[in-house]
Write a protein that binds this ligand. Structure first.
Ligand code: GLU
Length: 377
């Protein structure tokens, strides 16, 4: 299989490392570099692709604006530095993308937002809405409140989880190194770049040395961890140098980089995860009309639900059964068990009156639903 081209992808997550973005000596963002990157992003966006940015730099930018001394920061110092840096970071992204008529939407995530079911579903739907509006989500870890136990700490893995959550088909890590080498390139002149990785074997993992520059938290190790997440979620991943202007155009033109190939695609991977990996916390029994609607690829609306069993929370996996008790499929439910009980059998228009909040029209959105094979008759 030849290497794919950037134009083959529909939804691309681009991770930008701190050392590319921040000129620490001057205490500001490298503006002309970012302007050129925004042009690359606008080009992909203009061709109809969805683009998401995971931007590091809040801590690095904050610390240089605050003129904090060199050396490791204490947790509360990095949290404070991030608070200062993130405002500036968001503003410049909004400005450079705005030059192309693109709205940027800031999303700050913590580990819980990607790993906890209910919050995952919220984050996923906000990202989905921004992309529907053709905005570019600009995402970072919420470093001001993330403490060591509950943080990623590196944006490589965060970007991979974002790619998985957004069902992206490509993740590009722009870094200060142009790919994975078979030996540490700084120490070994004969180190060779690996252009393509089809399987992340123990040998590949062993090639990942320690962290690169002072600014970046993620070294090759976190990039390999990111590759495992991305590839498992059905996205290809690229590690490429961001140390040049127009780094995305350079990839498109075939500049050297490392591709991590996936054999899956985001839709089947996500469906496999919903159907196979998650433990079902409850059951929804639905009427015959809803069974036909689901088989035709529609979402499950509250009106079609006859019975609710189990104690589940919003975002949990549930089993969906037909009126005869036969399993129709599985999905991530948009309401917890109590609210589901209250709106079952009712039209979506009644949700606001019953729950006194404007909830989602679907009990299970079709993207969160996996329908099993039809029973043999
Ligand atoms: N979230 C951190 C920041 O914005 C960056 C983490 C990383 O460098 O990977 O400063």
């Amino acid at each position: 299989m030849p290497l794919p081209a950037l134009k083959d992808f529909k939804r691309i997550v681009i991770k930008v490392g701190s050392s590319l973005l921040v000129d620490s000596a001057a205490g500001r963002v490298k503006r002309s570099w970012l302007v050129a990157l925004a042009e690359d992003i606008a080009k992909l966006h203009g061709q109809g692709r969805d683009v998401l940015v995971v931007s590091s730099g809040s801590i690095a930018l904050g610390r240089s604006r605050l003129k904090l001394p060199r050396g490791a920061l204490k947790l509360e110092e990095s949290q404070g530095a991030a608070a200062v840096g993130q405002i500036a970071l968001a503003r410049i992204w909004s400005e450079v993308l705005g030059q192309h008529g693109i709205e940027a939407g800031q999303i700050l995530l913590t580990l819980n937002d990607t790993e906890e079911r209910r919050r995952y579903l919220n984050a996923r739907s906000t990202i989905g809405k921004l992309l529907d509006w053709r905005a570019v989500p600009v995402i970072n870890e919420n470093d001001t409140i993330a403490t060591s136990e509950i943080r990623y700490g590196d944006n490589d893995r965060l970007a991979a989880r974002v790619a998985s959550m957004a069902s992206a088909d490509l993740l590009i890590l722009l870094s200060d190194i142009d790919g994975l080498y078979d030996a540490p390139p700084t120490a070994d002149n004969n180190a060779k770049l690996i252009p393509r990785v089809d399987a992340i074997t123990a040998e590949i993992e062993a090639m990942a040395g320690a962290a690169g520059s002072e600014l970046s938290r993620g070294g090759m190790r976190t990039k390999i961890e990111a590759a495992k997440i991305a590839v498992g979620a059905g996205a290809h991943m690229i590690i490429a140098s961001g140390k040049i202007d127009h780094p995305l155009q350079a990839i498109a033109k075939g500049r050297r980089c490392t591709w991590f190939m996936t054999a899956a695609n985001p839709v089947t991977s996500r469906k496999r995860w919903i159907a196979g990996t998650l433990e079902a916390k409850g059951t929804l029994t639905i009427d015959a009309g809803a069974v036909s609607a689901l088989r035709a690829g529609k979402s499950l609306l509250p009106a079609g639900v006859i019975r609710i069993e189990g104690r589940f929370a919003r975002g949990d996996a549930v089993v969906v059964r037909g009126p005869d008790g036969h399993e129709i499929g599985r999905g991530l439910v948009a309401y917890d068990a109590d609210d589901a009980e209250r709106i079952k059998g009712r039209s979506s228009g009644d949700i606001l009156t019953i729950l006194e909040i404007g909830g989602r029209a679907e009990m299970i959105h079709r993207d969160d639903l996996v329908i099993g094979p039809r029973p043999k008759t």
